[in-house]
Design a protein around this ligand. Structure first.
Ligand code: C2O
Length: 540
């Protein structure tokens, strides 16, 4: 195994999209940022230098960080932010992991422009469990705001209302052909292909607030991996990717020539939630196609295409081969039920919200960010930073997905963690609520992959729903879209000591408090326990 060295210089760069320019925060002046390449079991050292006047951290989304929580990246959870002018060396090993992941800033809304791909190849000499592609390409989906995204969220917090939606979606940083107020954008990403060749597309949703459909005119995908876990290959013409999720597909260029539209469009089946309705476009371009040839178009699914979304999600199964077995925990030490959703709390100073503000919560607890990182507080035994009384079940039982009583819409504030014994097995059922509005929430867990053993609509029933769990080949991932007005059941083994964030990967909901953390106690032996913190760990 190798040691890979990277230098990430966080700098601002004036960037033009949708006919206007603004300075954006980037890594090495690139948007999307540079791809980090490595192989399974390699050690990666990334020296991050903060040359902007924002606090910065980088999270390696989906990297398990076994015993190296100090390098995980979420601000105030595992580290204090890197202050302007400072630097920090992230140091981690990609133990037993290969596939596509992403890195992104994990403080405020900076990840809108501070993100990029992580490509982990199998160990040298180890083939993919699918036909070898002729070429590999990274495709990053995102959003673009004409305003500074830090201003967007700060204004929303002041008013207590929902923040503005983005002004366009993007494919590899470009919106494609869109017409918005006083602007016709022609910035189209071109994906070049040769007839007869097969491509591995590593597709990442790096958007802040929207799940996205992805489709290419006249072409089918074979899905082979999600969130850096191999799946049983299946064919589809439409993908659904939530923020933080990655999907690897094989694409055979089975047309002779021509230009074919690629689309990325939002999925949101809750009618009351505002989204950016624009479709990002790019072009699949066969080499040698004449400029005058017109592009073959395709229609993206409508934003409320629940059936299309479900068909895709239901097709995902772990590969579960001899070489890549699905080690699903068959027994459960901690059985948890988490309601996730929105709420309304009083806010006398909020300008617009009638003296109240939108919040979000897990089991009715709105997480309050501490001012010292939880992992440091845990490791050095600093008192008063967090409490360990996060409720493992809802504080009140009600019809979660029905029209709830007003009483259940107000949440309590706290910096609470849930404690798990090292190496215990955990089942977390994530239950969406109808408080304010039912909505699909992409929930991400740091430090682990989990198996998605079941899902359904309405309220989870602990008596009957367990009987239908798939404990053989459920998909393994790090981020899961909880269905609108429904639930998903996940299982994992708590074999990684540290403090691990769980949150909605819609940045607006994280900001509102839809987050909590697990504290996994140290294992007993020197190869099980958390490594000591590095000397350059930033101070708060
Ligand atoms: Cu990709 Cu805690 O985030």
């Amino acid at each position: 195994c190798k040691v890979r060295h990277y230098k990430f210089h966080v700098t601002t760069k004036n960037t033009t999209r949708l006919c206007s320019s603004k300075p954006i925060v980037t890594v090495n002046g690139k948007f999307p940022g540079p791809t980090l390449y490595a192989r399974e079991d390699d050690t990666v050292l990334v020296k991050v230098r903060n040359l902007v006047n924002h606090n910065v951290t980088i999270h390696w989304h989906g990297v398990r960080q076994v015993r190296t929580g100090w390098s995980d990246g979420p601000a105030y959870i595992t580290q204090c932010p890197i202050q302007p002018g400072q630097s920090y060396l992230y140091n981690f090993t990609l133990t037993g992991q290969r596939g596509t992941l992403l890195w992104h800033a994990h403080v405020n809304w900076l990840r809108s422009t501070l993100h990029g791909a992580i490509v982990i190849l199998p160990k040298r000499g180890v083939p993919y469990p699918f036909p070898k592609p002729d070429k590999e390409l990274v495709v990053i989906l995102g959003e673009w705001w004409k305003s500074d995204t830090e201003d967007v969220i700060n204004e929303a917090l002041k008013s207590g209302l929902a923040p503005n939606v983005s002004d366009a979606h993007t494919i590899n940083g470009l919106p494609g052909i869109v017409s918005v107020a006083n602007c016709s954008s022609q910035d189209v990403y071109k994906l070049p292909v040769e007839s007869g060749k097969t491509y591995l597309l590593r597709i990442i949703n790096a958007a802040l607030n929207e799940e996205l459909f992805f489709k290419i005119a006249s072409h089918l995908f074979t899905v082979v991996e999600v969130d850096a876990s191999y799946v049983k290959p299946f064919k589809t013409d439409t993908l659904l990717i939530a923020p933080g999720q990655t999907t690897n597909v094989l694409l055979t260029a089975d047309q002779n020539s021509g230009k074919y539209t690629i689309v990325a469009s939002p999925f949101m089946d809750s009618p009351v939630v505002a989204v950016d309705n624009l479709t990002a476009t790019a072009t699949l371009h066969y080499t040698g196609t004449l400029a005058i040839i017109s592009t073959v178009l395709t229609t993206p699914p409508p934003r409320n295409a629940t059936q299309v979304a479900n068909n895709f999600t239901k097709s995902l199964k772990s590969l579960n081969s001899k070489k890549y077995p699905a080690n699903v925990p068959l027994t459960v030490d901690h059985s948890l039920l988490f309601t996730i959703g929105l709420g309304i709390n009083p806010c006398p100073s909020c300008k617009a919200g009638n003296g109240s503000r939108a919040v979000a919560a897990v089991n009715n607890v709105t997480f309050v960010m501490p001012t010292t990182a939880l992992l440091q507080a845990h490791y050095f035994n600093i008192k008063g930073v967090f409490t360990t009384d996060f409720p493992g079940n809802p504080s009140q039982v009600y019809n979660y997905t029905g029209t709830p009583a007003v009483a259940s819409s107000q949440t309590t504030n706290g910096t609470k963690v849930y404690r798990l014994a090292f190496n215990s097995t955990v089942q977390v059922v994530l239950q969406d609520t109808g408080v304010i509005a039912p909505e699909s929430h992409p929930i991400h867990l740091h430090g682990f992959n989990f198996f998605v053993v079941g899902s359904g609509v309405g309220n989870y029933d602990p008596k009957t729903d367990q009987n239908n769990f798939n404990l053989v080949d459920p998909v393994e991932r790090n981020t899961i879209g909880v269905p609108t007005g429904g639930w998903v059941a996940t299982r994992f083994r708590a074999d990684n000591p540290g403090v691990w964030f769980l949150h909605c990967h819609f940045e607006v909901h994280t900001t509102w408090g839809l987050k909590m953390a697990f504290l996994v106690d140290n294992g007993k032996g020197p190869i099980e326990s958390l490594i000591p913190p590095p000397n350059d760990l930033p101070k708060c």
